[in-house]
Each structure stands twice: as structure tokens, then as C-alpha cells.
Design a protein around this ligand. Structure first.
Ligand code: ATP
Length: 429
């Protein structure tokens, strides 16, 4: 099935997500809430796999990165200093007839996309989500949910430096929720008002920025293609034109993915100069250990949306074959690594043996157990959620401790020893 601008494909993915427990509409029994979504039992596994792989690759495996986990609500002075209170806005236009509101930079032409009515001139709308801390709802107690995780890395820069004794070049990473009062959320989990980011602020000397920018560009490609397994053909780099750059950026590349609803931003890579550290620290926060020179490091920021990662992975993996739907997820991303089936539900000895294998493998992996219906239906059910292996316990198992292991993509089965199952799975991870 062609993947460009394909509404039908998108509907199938959304429906699979709901039916199988990847993503549910948020607050559904109360009629939902303006494009909010909940991750279900399989969705949370997929999402956690993505976040864990990211943390492992960028924080645990590298000497030059460390992590933090900061508060969602920060002192409002942070947002004053960062420029967000003043400039973190999108142009909003309203239809004079149906009063629907739109992001003026996202619509073609000057007419309302919903009813064709005349639009008002656009005005800037600040995307910061406001609330009050404490019982008094006044200006003094007004605070904002962070619109990006990035600022905590700047605000905590000195603390991290003092506690880790890192020398530049080094980076601080964080995974966490961010909130934006988007004018028009939409396209399923692509644009929501509450979402999750995985961000890195990488601190360098100014003269190194070009080289380090390229290093992160390569790292991001590796992450998208080799770790997430996205098809290279579906990813495009966009050099953001100067006039569209965010207020802090001197150069930005957007990595765009060909979603079924069109090509749109998946991730970003920005050169933030020394803009943020200069705004937050009166004195240069970094001192070169050898020369004693004090200065403001420059920053390269690779930023990854978690929810957009989930969506891209699902769109890329969704495959319709002659008689089945398969989510061809990388095994490392799949919610379950293997599903265990007793051949027959009404043979207690088969069920008991299957339970034994299940309990053994659960020590290492997230494992599914299914004894309903016929084996063909169970295969179909696991294919649709991307489980890379299905393992059937039959009468031969009781004799010689062997099982059939069926591969999701080739549908081929091989007979192996119970003790070999774990190695077979690990080879794919
Ligand atoms: P857009 O142009 O789509 O509004 P942006 O350029 O404002 O996005 P950034 O500020 O660069 O986005 O945010 C970093 C990353 O966070 C994005 O690349 C994206 O993956 C994710 N992201 C941003 N806004 C949202 C949102 N409303 N819902 C889900 N993910 C988002």
C-alpha cells in the first residue's frame, strides 16, 4: 500500500492501536479531551522500549553524556530568561463565519479550510500552558508547564558541572513530558498538547560547532535507521530557512518523516549558540581547567519527540500481506519478544509445560501467553502486534524438550530445544 497522504492507511493504524491496546483516546468515556491520548498496555511497552534504547545509546554508552530528570514546572523567571514568555508563539487566525481557529502558517490560502469563510488577520498566540501554584490564583502564583525539556539542562548546568566534573565537549540528556497549548492539535499522536521529548544539550567551544553539528546529524540518522529501523526513503532533511528559525537558533535541520497524512517534522537538530546559558547566568558558568579562561559554552541540541517516534515506527512497520497484517517492528522495539502457545488448551500437561516455558522466559523478556482458539489465529494475533517469535508447546515437547519457534516475518518454523529459545531471541535484539 502506498504510504503518501493516505487517509485510509492512517485510519487502519489508529484502529489497530485502539483495538490492540497501543493507544486509546484520552478520557474516552467522558467524550475525550481535545486530542489527548493514553498509551495502553502494548503502547506503553513500545514507548518504554524506545525511551530505554535512547537512554542506553546516548547516556549509558557514551562517556560524554549524563542524564537528569527535572521538575515539569519551573520558576517562571526561567521562561522569561529563555525568551519563551515573549516569543514562544504561533500565528493564529480565526474564521469570521464558523469561528474555527487555525495556525496561519499551516494553512494554504486566505480562506477557512472548514467552511471557506473569511479569516481574520493573524495574531501571535503564546503556546505556554499556564496554571497556578498554591491556593491563590493571581499573577504572583502563575506558573507554566515546561514547553520543552531543554531549559532544565541549562538551569542545572552548573550543578551538573560541579557534581560530575565534566569537561566540554559533554552533554546533558533528559526524557520527559512537555506541554504546548497548540492551536490545532491533530493527526493522532503527532501533535498533542501534552507530549514527551528526549533531548540533549551538548556543550562545546564556539569554533567546534560545525563539526559537532555534523556528528549529531550522523548520530540521529543512525538512531532513526539502525535503532528504530525506519526506512531511509521515508526520512528527509530540511534545512530550516533563516527567517523561520526559532528565536534561539542559528542553524536548524528538521528531520521529516513521510507520515500517511503527509511529510512532517519528526525530530530537530539545532545550533543554539550560547543564547541560553548567557540568558541564565550573569557570570560565565564554565572555566577551562588548563587555561583558567571563563566562558559561555555553545550548544548543539538534538531533539527527539517520543510520541512522533512511536507514530513513525508504527507507520513504518505496518504491513498488509495477502492473508495477514504484520507490524514489522524491530524485535528490540516489539512489546512482546515471544508468545508461548500450548498446542491444545484442554490438555493439562501441555498447558503446564507451556506455563513452565513461559515462566522461564519471563525472567528475561516480556512474554505473551495465549491458549485461545486455533494456532493460526494466535499467529495472526501476534503478527498484528509485532511479536517476533511464537513458540508452540506440543506433544513432542513432553517427550524431548523441543518446541517449534515460528518467525514473524518469514512465517518459517523450526524445531529447537527449550534451552535455545532465549539465545534465538537475543540474536535478534
Ligand atoms: P512543529 O513545527 O511540528 O510545531 P517544533 O519545531 O515546534 O514542531 P520543536 O520545538 O523542535 O518542535 O520540538 C522538538 C520535538 O518535540 C519535535 O521535533 C517533535 O518531535 C516534538 N514535538 C513538538 N511539539 C509537539 C507536539 N505538539 N506533539 C507531539 N510532539 C511534539
Amino acid at each position: 500500500m502506498k504510504k503518501e497522504n493516505n487517509q485510509e492507511l492512517m485510519e487502519k493504524i489508529v484502529s489497530l492501536c485502539k483495538r490492540r491496546g497501543f493507544v486509546f483516546p484520552g478520557s474516552e468515556i467522558y467524550g475525550g479531551l481535545a486530542n489527548s491520548f493514553d498509551y495502553g498496555p502494548l503502547g506503553v511497552e513500545l514507548k518504554n522500549n524506545i525511551k530505554n534504547l535512547w537512554w542506553k545509546r546516548f547516556v549509558h554508552k557514551r562517556d560524554d553524556l549524563i542524564g537528569i530528570d527535572a521538575a515539569l514546572i519551573m520558576n517562571p523567571k526561567v521562561w522569561q530568561a529563555s525568551g519563551h514568555l515573549e516569543t514562544f508563539s504561533d500565528p493564529l487566525a480565526e474564521c469570521k463565519k464558523c469561528h474555527h481557529r487555525f495556525r496561519a502558517d499551516k494553512i494554504d490560502g486566505k480562506k477557512c479550510p472548514d467552511c471557506g469563510g473569511e479569516l481574520t488577520a493573524s495574531k501571535q498566540f503564546n503556546l505556554m500552558l499556564k496554571t497556578f501554584l498554591g491556593p491563590v490564583e493571581d499573577a504572583e502564583n502563575t506558573v507554566y508547564f515546561r514547553p520543552e525539556t531543554a531549559q532544565a539542562m541549562f538551569v542545572d548546568f552548573k550543578n551538573v558541572l560541579d557534581t560530575t566534573r565534566k569537561k566540554i565537549p559533554f552533554g546533558i540528556a533528559q526524557i520527559g513530558k512537555a506541554f504546548r497549548n497548540e492551536i490545532t492539535p491533530g493527526n493522532f499522536i503527532f501533535r498533542t498538547r501534552e507530549f514527551e521529548q528526549m533531548e540533549i544539550e551538548y556543550f562545546i567551544k564556539e569554533e567546534e560547532w560545525g563539526e559537532v553539528f555534523e556528528m549529531w546529524q550522523e548520530e540521529m540518522w543512525f538512531w532513526m535507521t539502525d535503532v528504530l529501523g525506519l526506512n531511509k526513503k521515508n526520512i528527509h532533511e530540511l534545512n530550516v530557512p533563516e527567517k523561520e528559525l526559532a528565536h534561539y537558533s542559528k542553524k536548524t535541520i528538521d528531520f521529516e518523516y513521510e507520515f500517511p497524512f503527509g511529510k512532517d517534522e519528526l525530530y530537530g537538530l539545532a545550533y543554539r549558540t550560547d543564547f541560553d546559558l548567557k540568558n541564565h547566568y550573569k557570570e560565565p558558568p564554565y572555566e577551562d581547567a588548563e587555561t583558567g579562561e571563563k566562558f559561555y559554552p555553545n550548544v548543539i541540541e538534538p531533539t527527539f519527540g517520543v510520541d512522533r517516534s512511536v507514530l513513525a515506527v508504527l507507520c513504518d512497520a505496518y504491513t498488509e500481506e495477502k492473508d495477514r497484517v504484520v507490524l514489522k517492528l524491530k524485535p528490540s522495539l516489539a512489546p512482546y519478544k515471544v508468545a508461548i502457545f500450548p498446542l491444545l488448551k484442554n490438555k493439562p500437561e501441555l498447558v503446564a509445560k507451556a506455563r513452565e516455558v513461559y515462566n522461564m522466559l519471563r525472567k528475561e523478556f516480556n512474554v505473551a501467553f495465549d491458549d485461545r482458539g486455533n494456532i493460526g489465529k494466535r499467529y495472526y494475533s501476534q503478527d498484528e502486534i509485532g511479536t517476533p517469535f511464537c513458540c508452540t508447546i506440543d506433544f513432542d515437547t513432553l517427550e524431548n524438550d523441543t518446541v517449534t519457534l515460528r518467525d514473524r516475518d518469514t512465517t518459517k518454523q523450526e524445531r529447537i530445544k527449550i534451552l535455545e529459545i532465549s539465545t534465538c531471541i537475543k540474536k535478534q535484539l
